[in-house]
Each structure stands twice: as structure tokens, then as C-alpha cells.
Design a protein around this ligand. Structure first.
Ligand code: SF4
Length: 250
């Protein structure tokens, strides 16, 4: 199949358990919970279109386009990783600039890389597949191609679409009015607060990590205080801050 990609860029993962880890972001075009058009904002079935701040429409972003095969897309992603031939600075990648804006609210989970001593291990290249809803397009052949090439693949999904078989780090971010089909994974990252998506609804699901992430809105300070208070009272939950927004990097 052909893959429609909004943008591809190199930055740090800003949220969740992989915060601070350098990553290539692969933003697929399209979402099943909103067209991305302003006129449809109130009609999005998940309720999240009212506060969604991601531009996932079209293929016109930096590095975006149509890719006709898994190999073509993996090669495009690899060109952004340090050490690639097409990199733009020593080490290969173009470093994000402090102060540049990023369009989304947007997760080192490779346990094999954790070591208590000995020589440093090589770091697997890290790709974060996001959207829109990346599982509308991330299929088994593409995931297999990433896995074959040695990539650590993370996926940030709204949880309404089953993931393909293969090795990946799965982050699920449930939306209040959308049917949650993905009930297990690596991290559950709940945008907070969302009426109808209270943390208690998700606390018994099979995830390694549970994060509350304050909703970015004019009330972000109040949302952060409430999320902090909830985590302190319910230690199963950890606070996830959008550090890329704090740092103002893409
Ligand atoms: S699922 Fe995510 S990308 Fe799609 S409309 Fe909701 S918040 Fe935006």
C-alpha cells in the first residue's frame, strides 16, 4: 500500500516513559476521530477534536509525501537519524532548534538497552509513529521492515484500531467518546481531565505505565495542578508533561 505522511522530523520524545530520548517522528496523515478541518471540529466522534492541536491533514509538511512501499518509507525515516548520508550536521541529523513550535500534543523503552555496568551498548534508532491515527496506515509489512532494519518502533494511538503483529512500544491515549479496543500495551497516557474518560475507567487495564498528561488549553495550569493532585493521591499514575512544549522544540 502507499503511505500518506504529513511530516518526518528529528527531535526528542517529549512525553511519557521515553521522555528525552532522541527520536524520528513519523506523522501519518489522517485520523478516524476528526477530519482535521475546522468546520468539523464539533462533530468529531471521539470528543477530542474540540481540543486537538495537531495538524495531520495532507502530506505537505517537512519530509512529508506519499511513499509507495515500506522500504521507501523506512529509508526516508532513516535519512533523519544521526549517521545517515543525508544528515545535515556532524552525526547526521538536524538538531531541533530551541524556540521552534511543534504542532501536536504529542514516548527509552528498550529494556535490552538497560545495563547495570559494562561497555555502553549501541543505541537502537528510535522512531515514533504518530498522527492523526498512525494505526490506520502502520501495517504489518511496514512494521516488519522497521524491525528488520533494527528500529525501535513506538506507536502513539487513540486505541480504537488494533495494532499490527510485530515488535513495538505501544502508547494508548484513550478518548472520552471513542470505543477503546486496545486494552493492553506499554503505556497508557490519558489526557486529563476529559469528562467521560476518568482515570478510574482505565486503571485495571494491562499496561506497564499509567500517565496523566494535563490537557493543553487556556486552563493548562489548573489542569496540571489537578493532574499532580490526582497522581499524588493515586501513585499508580505518573505525571507526563509535554517537555517539548516547555523547551519549545518541534
Ligand atoms: S485522535 Fe488524536 S489526532 Fe485524532 S482528533 Fe483526537 S486528539 Fe486529534
Amino acid at each position: 500500500m502507499a503511505y500518506a505522511v504529513k511530516e518526518i522530523f528529528y527531535t526528542l520524545q517529549g512525553e511519557g516513559a521515553n521522555t528525552g530520548r532522541p527520536a524520528v517522528f513519523l506523522r501519518f496523515a489522517g485520523c478516524n476521530l476528526w477530519t482535521g478541518l475546522e468546520r468539523d471540529r464539533e462533530k468529531g466522534p471521539g470528543g477530542c477534536s474540540r481540543w486537538c492541536d495537531t495538524d495531520f491533514v495532507g502530506t505537505d509538511g517537512s519530509g512529508g509525501g506519499k511513499f509507495n512501499s515500506p522500504a521507501e518509507l523506512v529509508s526516508a525515516v532513516a535519512s533523519h537519524w544521526p549517521g545517515s548520508e543525508r544528515g545535515q550536521q556532524p552525526g547526521g541529523a538536524r538538531a531541533p532548534q530551541l524556540g521552534a513550535a511543534r504542532t501536536e500534543q504529542r514516548p527509552r523503552g528498550d529494556e535490552a538497552l538497560l545495563s547495570t555496568g559494562g561497555p555502553a551498548q549501541p543505541v537502537a534508532p528510535f522512531v515514533v509513529c504518530t498522527g492523526g491515527e498512525p494505526l490506520l496506515q502502520l501495517d504489518e509489512p511496514l512494521l516488519a521492515e522497521f524491525n528488520r532494519a533494527g528500529w525501535f518502533v513506538a506507536v502513539e494511538t487513540n486505541g480504537t484500531v488494533e495494532p499490527p503483529a510485530g515488535k513495538l512500544w505501544l502508547t494508548v491515549s484513550p478518548k472520552a467518546n471513542a470505543p477503546l479496543r486496545v486494552l493492553r500495551g506499554n503505556e497508557l497516557k490519558l489526557i486529563f481531565p476529559q469528562e467521560g474518560a476518568e482515570p478510574e475507567r482505565f486503571q485495571d487495564l494491562e499496561f506497564q505505565h499509567f500517565f496523566l498528561q494535563p490537557m493543553d488549553s487556556p486552563q493548562v495550569q489548573e489542569n496540571t495542578a489537578r493532574a499532580l493532585e490526582y497522581c499524588l493521591a493515586h501513585p499508580q499514575w505518573r505525571l507526563s508533561l509535554q517537555t517539548h512544549k516547555i523547551l519549545r522544540i518541534p
